[in-house]
Design a protein around this ligand. Structure first.
Ligand SMILES: [Zn+2]
Ligand SMILES: [Zn+2]
Length: 130
């Protein structure tokens, strides 16, 4: 049987992991989340952080984003696209909903229910460095 203290500890870990992902719009990876959560829970393990990230994805509280073969996490639940910069590997939110919307009919009658699209290129900061 799982004790009450144990359960409280578990939900605290989960909350801290969620807080860390929500605290940024940079779409952090598990390593970054681990680093942040350790400031509050010094003895937490990377495996626990991974487990909690997976639980949060499964419960729909955060999304996973694949960038350059790496799994990153996103607490922004509104509909948006991602722009990945090939230089700094940053992932930026693009709130451009005009591109295609659910209900939109593609030629030949395909009804769009969901759109998954990613943009790749160079972000404004990296362009100004060039
Ligand atoms: Zn960049
Ligand atoms: Zn995002």
């Amino acid at each position: 049987m799982i004790s009450e203290t144990h359960q409280r500890k578990r939900s605290r870990q989960r909350d801290k992991v969620l807080d860390a992902v929500r605290s940024t719009r940079t779409h952090p990876g598990a390593d970054w989340v681990f680093h942040e959560v350790r400031k509050e829970i010094p003895n937490i393990s990377l495996a626990t952080v991974y487990r909690n990230l997976n639980l949060l994805v499964q419960s729909g509280e955060i999304n996973e984003v694949l960038c350059d073969g790496q799994l990153r996490f996103d607490a922004n639940k509104t509909d948006h696209f991602h722009f990945t910069c090939r230089l700094c590997k940053g992932i930026f939110d693009i709130d451009e909903t005009r591109v295609t919307e659910p209900g939109f009919k593609l030629p030949r009658g395909y009804l769009v229910e969901n759109v998954k699209m990613d943009f790749y290129g160079v972000c404004p900061q990296c362009q100004s460095k060039g």
